[in-house]
Design a protein around this ligand. Structure first.
Ligand SMILES: [Cu+2]
Length: 155
């Protein structure tokens, strides 16, 4: 008798939910790649945004809730979730998520898992934009893991 009541109740609930328009549900975003944890971020430690610096410009990178790792040796057939390496682009903006970062100017890959360039990057005097962009093991950009800063290189 009790089982019968439960069955009846579930039918009522099913009847209600089927009457609800699906459009009232929050739309689930469907990114091309697995998204990083919401708190993941990447940032310049050196230089700081707006700084006046001297060439060669010392570069240091930081990352939170994301693992900076060397690209595996040999042919990479699959990417490791939550792992990647740094890239710096000079006078260029962040690339859209899911873009392969070119292995050419103005991009530098830190494929060995490094988080700095010392003594630094040669830059001409004047204002420059520096973009720090994470790429996965296939050098593909990941949503949210990019930062652009502006610096001025002194004469
Ligand atoms: Cu790369």
């Amino acid at each position: 008798m009790k089982l019968l009541a439960l069955v009846g109740l579930s039918i009522v609930i099913a009847g209600c939910s089927s009457g609800t328009p699906e459009s009232s549900q929050p739309a689930a975003s469907a990114p091309a790649a697995a998204p990083p944890a919401p708190t993941s971020r990447v940032f310049f430690v050196e230089p700081t945004d707006g700084a006046t610096v001297k060439s060669p410009v010392l570069l240091r990178f930081g990352a939170e809730s994301f693992s900076i790792m060397a690209v595996p040796a040999g042919e990479v057939t699959a990417v490791r979730a939550g792992m990647g390496h740094h890239h710096v682009g000079v006078d260029i903006d962040c690339l859209p998520p899911g873009t392969e970062i070119p292995k050419a100017d103005p991009w530098v890959h830190f494929g060995t898992g490094g988080a700095e360039m010392a003594p630094g990057m040669q830059l001409t005097p004047g204002p420059h934009k520096l973009t720090l962009q994470i790429g996965d093991d296939k050098h593909m950009t990941i949503a949210g893991l990019c930062q652009t800063i502006n610096v001025t290189v002194a004469q």
